[in-house]
Design a protein around this ligand. Structure first.
Ligand code: URA
Length: 489
């Protein structure tokens, strides 16, 4: 009997190497005992015959004969890549048995009626579904700064052993921050762009943070009582995940009150004006006729109720400008992005972080500037679970200028830095030829000098070969802004 001990990290590669060697040697499935990590080794403690042990892809004692090249169908490798993360202790044996059978019957993988193939396909689907749930339901808590990067941590209880194969999703999605994901099986720490896996620890006591209330607000807003299908909702968001999701607390209450709220909506419906009329009404009520808010708090409160254009409907919240009211510099971007929409603060996501780095190099102090956007709500198209940025159109920029003008009135900056074409359009009325006009000083309608530069998101989208030159130009513009402010002081 052969015993194969697979490592907890790199399990797939180790299984593949061992299976390839065993197959090349002609070792039949019934003569192999597989296990991964210490926990599974215990399961086999009495059953195993420790005659020959294989650790990873090394035989203990007996030297490994060189493996002959074994080719397997591509579909099998894809299947194995998922199945190895299933919690079924028999998964490695099942895979090896199928691999063994494929030697004589290469078309077997297509045979949906074969119980071995069927079972492994179902296992692969279960793992895929679990990975998908993990990408949707991990809820990070903010641990604050521990250096230049923000730190986040989450506790998650997956059904299968999927932290390692799902980590690349989080590396890509949250590459701009440090994070840890704790699971009952394994821990992943992503620090400075590198992931390190460590053994599981007891569930850590993670702090509550403001994002939890945002999740609840978001969930409350997308919940439509008239379209409630409890079963479908629970299939999409199974109960087992609820205890680690702040918004799930609301579900029982929302379900309980759904019927009466749906009835109230139905009764009110005939009296509602058509959407277009409502929008026109809102526009008539809001703009020039509206009271002008006095002070930043009043401005924020007004912004929270802004219905001047339809962008408020899908955004989580408006994002007002922030910074000292006596700031000599006002920095204007396009609109909040995904991160800003959730945080309620401008330039906290990847573009903001790049801006901070370049500004520091250029000697420009963000904490002495009033930072804002031309448009205050996030405009996006949903694509699966992601929200893809969409540029605001001319009407949206025009409607939102009401708020930008108010901010400018309050701050009375000596200089405005317009980053990107949307800011340029809002401030000067003309968005054309941004790259020709960058580095120049123009004037806003009230005469405030406007220094034109590109948007930091533009730099993030450039191919690596073009980025250094463009970043140097951006840095030069920021240095020019810092120089103008210093000279005026
Ligand atoms: N891009 C912007 O223009 N503004 C933000 O606040 C974030 C990204």
């Amino acid at each position: 009997m052969r015993r194969v001990a697979l490592p907890e990290i790199g399990t797939f590669e180790a299984w593949r190497a061992a299976a390839r060697d065993l197959l090349a040697e002609g070792v039949p499935p019934e003569q192999v005992l597989w296990h991964r990590g210490a926990a599974e080794a215990d399961l086999f403690a009495v059953a195993g015959d420790p005659e020959q042990a294989l650790s990873g892809d090394h035989f203990g004692g007996t030297p490994v004969p060189p493996a002959k090249a074994v080719t397997v169908p591509k579909g099998f490798v894809q299947l194995a890549r998922m199945v190895v993360w299933h919690r079924d202790p028999e998964r490695f044996a099942r895979l090896y048995a199928l691999l063994w059978a494929l030697r004589d019957s290469r078309g077997l993988l297509e045979d949906r009626g074969d119980p071995r193939v069927d079972r492994l396909n179902r296992m692969a689907k279960e793992v895929g579904r679990d990975k998908h749930k993990m990408t949707a339901f991990v809820r990070f808590r903010d641990l604050g700064h521990d250096g230049p990067r923000r730190r986040f941590a989450a506790w998650f209880e997956p059904t299968h052993l999927i932290l390692e194969p799902t980590a690349p999703f989080f590396e890509k999605r949250f590459g701009d921050m440090d994070w840890s994901i704790f699971t009952p099986d394994l821990t992943a720490h992503f620090v400075d762009g590198q992931t390190r896996f460590e053994p599981a620890v007891a569930r850590p006591d993670l702090p509550q943070d403001a994002a939890e209330e945002l999740w609840r607000t978001y969930f409350r807003n997308i919940f439509n009582p008239a379209r409630l299908k409890v079963k479908a909702m629970q299939a999409e968001m199974p109960r087992k995940y609820w205890r680690n999701m702040p918004e799930a607390e609301l579900i029982p209450e929302l379900i309980a009150t759904a019927q009466s709220r749906a009835r109230a909506m139905a009764e009110a419906a005939p009296t509602l004006a058509p959407a277009r009329a409502a929008r026109i009404g809102a526009r008539l009520r809001a703009p020039e006729a509206a009271e002008v808010p006095q002070g930043l708090d009043a401005l924020k409160a007004g912004l929270a109720g802004c219905r001047r254009c339809p962008l408020w409907e899908n955004a989580t919240q408006p994002v007002p400008g922030e910074g000292p009211l006596d700031a000599p510099l006002m920095i204007v971007g396009e609109q909040p992005g995904d991160h800003e929409d959730l945080a309620g603060r401008p330039f906290v996501g990847p573009a903001g972080q790049l801006f901070d780095v370049v500004a520091a190099r250029a000697g420009l102090r963000r904490d002495r500037a009033f930072v804002t956007n031309a448009v205050k709500h996030f405009k996006f198209t949903p694509r699966g679970k992601r929200r893809l940025h969409q540029a605001p159109n001319g009407g949206e920029i025009r409607h939102c200028r009401w708020w930008l003008d108010l901010e400018r009135e309050m701050v009375k900056p000596r200089l405005i830095l317009a980053m990107g074409a949307t800011a340029l359009e809002s401030l000067t009325g003309d968005r054309r030829d941004l790259m020709k006009r960058r580095g120049r000083l123009e004037a806003a309608e009230d005469g405030t000098p406007v220094l034109i530069t590109m948007h930091p998101s533009y730099l993030l989208r450039l191919p690596p070969s073009e980025r250094p030159q463009a970043e140097a130009a951006f840095e030069a513009d920021l240095r020019q802004a810092a120089g103008i402010i210093a000279a005026a002081a």
